[in-house]
Design a protein around this ligand. Structure first.
Ligand SMILES: C[S@@+](CC[C@H](N)C(=O)[O-])C[C@H]1O[C@@H](n2cnc3c(N)ncnc32)[C@H](O)[C@@H]1O
Length: 213
């Protein structure tokens, strides 16, 4: 499964990666909102799951300098762009978000912030990837998710055209993200639509009462 998905992602991004940053800024909306919410502590370890070209890690480094940055992606093609952009500012590794062993990949087992930006819509097993991510949060850690929304506040024709177009790139908006997160009763979850439901944002934290004293 992971091998097939890696081949698919490399096929999607082999050429797209060269125009990715310039084009995606017009429709992967809400990414900067999620970065604003991160507010990592000074010595934080921050992982972006499915970091793509490294655009978000580059921005995190500019906004919150001095943190320890890590990026994971299943596509070796995307990681080539990320490495060129980030150099030694972040540790990068190839791997599947659904089967994550960060101690082995990065020598770091827990993270204070984990970001999943416009990736759950490209992961067939996105709920497993979320569960995997939260299992690697430090006691005060937070998982931040931003992705396409359910378009419920947008005109019907827009929703239909957007989904048809996204489908060509193997992208499926996760309309039931809020519901799936509600099932995670051991966490504090906030979820909100952004930009009239074009996008959605969620934050998952360990519950106060579950944190170490
Ligand atoms: C639309 S890009 C988003 C990149 C970046 N997070 C951003 O916001 O610009 C989706 C990324 O998810 C990666 N991806 C898809 N499935 C994955 C998986 N199972 N594990 C890790 N990365 C995955 C793709 O290779 C691609 O780089």
């Amino acid at each position: 499964m992971a091998d097939t998905h890696s081949v698919l992602m490399n096929r999607v991004y082999r050429r797209q990666r060269f125009v990715y940053d310039a084009t995606r800024k017009y429709y992967l909306l809400g990414r900067d909102y999620a970065l604003d919410q991160l507010q990592p502590p000074a010595d934080a370890h921050i992982l972006e799951v499915a970091c793509g070209t490294g655009r978000n890690l580059d921005q995190i480094d500019a906004r919150y300098p001095g943190r320890n940055l890590y990026g994971l992606d299943i596509s070796s093609e995307m990681l080539r762009s990320a490495r060129a952009k980030l150099g030694d500012r972040a540790m990068l590794a190839q791997g599947d978000a659904c089967d994550l062993d960060p101690s082995k990949l990065f020598g770091c087992a827990k993270f204070d912030r984990i970001l999943m930006s416009y990736c759950i819509s490209m992961m067939p097993l996105w709920q497993s990837a979320i569960r995997e991510a939260v299992s690697h949060l430090s006691p005060c850690g937070e998982l931040h998710i931003v992705d396409f929304g359910d378009q419920s506040q947008m005109p019907h024709w827009f929703d239909k055209r957007l989904r048809n177009w996204l489908g060509r790139f193997h992208v499926t908006p996760r309309d039931n993200l809020a519901m799936a997160l509600c099932d995670m009763v051991e966490f504090n979850v906030t979820h909100k639509p952004l930009m009239h439901s074009y996008a959605q944002y969620a934050c998952v934290r360990n519950r106060e009462d579950a944190r170490a004293p």
